[in-house]
Design a protein. Structure first.
Length: 318
């Protein structure tokens, strides 16, 4: 356990150092000029529900540190609670059916967004941050803050994974002993799946499609809810976190049997790092790339449909 903690802290230090070394001092005016939504004034009520703050023309390091802490904290909540319930289901048989697990994930996402949105925008997902930087670059968020946000999200997810490892250490040991599983072997995917995700479908192409589709739906909902042209959420911004949380739960309910329903590169990769150093070794990283790339592709597609098709800025048609 001490060795695991050492390597995790080493990784975190590297991520933090790298993130701050990448903080830019240049302006992103060219991106702002090319974005249809860059000139749109977002209603204060909507920004309160799911604040889009977190980027800008010139990066304020002091503010960015606070936003990075919010992103790390929010992602920690999602992974600690969400993956925690997976740990209880896997090792302790504490949950009855997939819906209970999905419901807990819904609550975790809702809590994380509600508690951090006014500080960082509650991206809590590198795929969502990527889509926002690509399609909604603004004074609040742009490429200048993309890497620091991602580093914070991965850090929060890794820390949550380590918390779950400590909490359920005995449960994992008992589960593996009962099943005759040797940690690090192919059979240990049964326990490693409480950290990272693994697909059960016949091909990686089908798994990629499932993860991209799920993330596309999630991103579409997020971008549609937070679009300034959406009068429903303008008038009822308090509903936004719960709707996003419910969307995650619904997606888990029908896609988790296929791929475990990741939709979030940080949620998948952070805990995998912990599992790797906790004895699962190479098996912990099996298929990791798919759970990074597919959500990025899916989020870009879903966000594009919401912003550039469904809620296309009327002024752009002139």
């Amino acid at each position: 356990m001490n060795r695991t903690l050492f390597f995790l802290l080493l990784f975190v230090n590297g991520v933090a150092t790298g993130a701050f070394s990448l903080l830019p001092n240049v302006r992103s005016d060219r991106l702002l000029a090319n974005a249809a939504l860059a000139k749109t004034e977002f209603p204060p009520s909507l920004l309160t529900a799911l604040n889009l703050s977190g980027g800008g023309s010139d990066v304020d390091t002091a503010s960015l540190k606070r936003e990075m802490m919010a992103e790390a904290t929010g992602t920690y909540l999602i992974v600690q609670i969400g993956c925690g319930v997976v740990c209880t289901a896997t090792c302790l048989g504490a949950q009855v059916g997939l819906w209970q697990i999905a419901a807990v994930w819904s609550i975790a996402v809702t809590l994380a967004i509600s508690t951090t949105a006014s500080i960082s925008g509650a991206h809590l997902n590198p795929a969502i941050s990527f889509a926002l930087a690509l399609l909604r670059p603004s004074k609040q968020f742009g490429w200048g803050k993309f890497l620091p946000y991602v580093a914070s999200q991965v850090f929060g997810a890794a820390l949550a994974g380590f918390s779950n490892l400590i909490l359920f250490r005995d449960a994992f040991n008992d589960f593996e002993a009962t099943k005759g599983i040797v940690r690090g072997t192919a059979e240990s995917i049964a326990s490693a799946s409480a950290f990272g995700e693994y697909w059960s479908v016949s091909s990686w192409q089908l798994a990629f499609f499932a993860e991209a589709l799920g993330t596309a739906i999630l991103a579409f909902v997020i971008f549609a809810l937070t679009n300034p042209m959406n009068e429903n959420t303008n008038e009822n911004p308090i509903l936004v976190p719960a709707i996003i949380g419910s969307t995650v739960g619904a997606l888990i309910s029908f896609l988790a049997p296929l791929t475990q329903a990741g939709f979030n590169p940080a949620r998948d990769f952070g805990p995998r790092i912990v599992a790797y150093f906790a004895g699962w070794k190479g098996i912990a990283m099996k298929g990791w790339w798919l759970y990074v790339l597919a959500p990025i592709v899916g989020a870009t597609i879903g966000a594009t449909i919401a912003d550039n098709i469904l809620y296309k800025d009327k002024s752009s048609n002139a």
